[in-house]
Design a protein around this ligand. Sequence first.
Ligand SMILES: Cc1cc2nc3c(=O)[nH]c(=O)nc-3n(C[C@H](O)[C@H](O)[C@H](O)COP(=O)(O)OP(=O)(O)OC[C@H]3O[C@@H](n4cnc5c(N)ncnc54)[C@H](O)[C@@H]3O)c2cc1C
Length: 299
Amino acid sequence: MTTPGGPSTALHRPGTVGEAVAALAAEARAGRPVELLAGGTDLVPALRTGTRPPAAIVALRRVLELRVRGAGADTLTIGAGVTYTELAGWSLSPGLAATSRVVGSVQIRNCGTVGGALGSANPRGDLLTFLTAAQAEVLLTSEDGSRAAGLDDFLSAGRLPGELVTAVRVPRPSGPQTYLKIGGRQAAFPSLVSCALLVDRVRERVCCAVGGVAARPWRVAEAERLAAADVDWSTGTAPAALARRFGELAAAGVRAASPLGEDPRHPLEYRVHAAGVLAARAFARCLTARSAPRRESAP
Ligand SMILES: Cc1cc2nc3c(=O)[nH]c(=O)nc-3n(C[C@H](O)[C@H](O)[C@H](O)COP(=O)(O)OP(=O)(O)OC[C@H]3O[C@@H](n4cnc5c(N)ncnc54)[C@H](O)[C@@H]3O)c2cc1C
């Protein structure tokens, strides 16, 4: 088998998390740049173009511990090696399932993993937008021990040398969740603009994040405050006009954030507008009362 990075690249194939972090630590001590290989959907194209030649690769395919999903009383834990295909059918998290279903093609969903999405940290990455709305925690392990980091902290600080993402943790859903995206080609590329919305009927709040406009997925706090105050929490519904206002506030919120680099084909103004439309649509999908079925008039 050829080593993915080239003939001079060392290849480690650990069978456990312990062996994986030992390999990472050994490479870090030797001062050699090292990459983790999960599904390879981002890494392999980068290696082929030679933009990222690592001295060593730690391949995670054999680390079965990373491929486990679990449910606790209040949280769901998803191993870094879990693929989009596995999440797409997961009934315990309708939002993660909806997000995973619109990622890439079948081949990308079969290979791409949660750990790879966090490792690449593409600000347009679909999973990152959903995990931002879900207020996920990232679980990391190194030879020195394990820790949990809030997703925002993880995205701004990154992982320390020798650390491996082992899992993410999200609260168990307690209301409707949805994920909407606009892309150059639907389900073939990371989103152009996306919106994740989660309703929490227990804490009476709505969490909403927008991707593709700000430098990283962005929570729209003002819109969330409006929803918390004006949704009828006894029924979990809201009037249609509130969805429109929610979208306007979401657009204003994300416009104020530090923007993602300019894209001549999709100017910031267009992406801000699209974010507002998606947020209003997501809100309506999760919270607007369905109108009573119309009575057919007698012939
Ligand atoms: C044609 C195509 C279409 C795509 N469409 C979409 C799309 O619609 N939406 C979307 O969001 N993305 C899309 N992607 C991007 C890609 O599928 C995801 O980012 C994927 O989740 C990467 O996971 P992976 O397992 O393949 O990671 P890999 O390519 O194996 O690794 C990616 C990076 O993550 C690091 N890494 C891997 N595992 C870990 C770990 N456990 N801990 C720490 N770091 C780690 C690696 O070192 C590497 O830097 C697309 C990619 C392609 C090529």
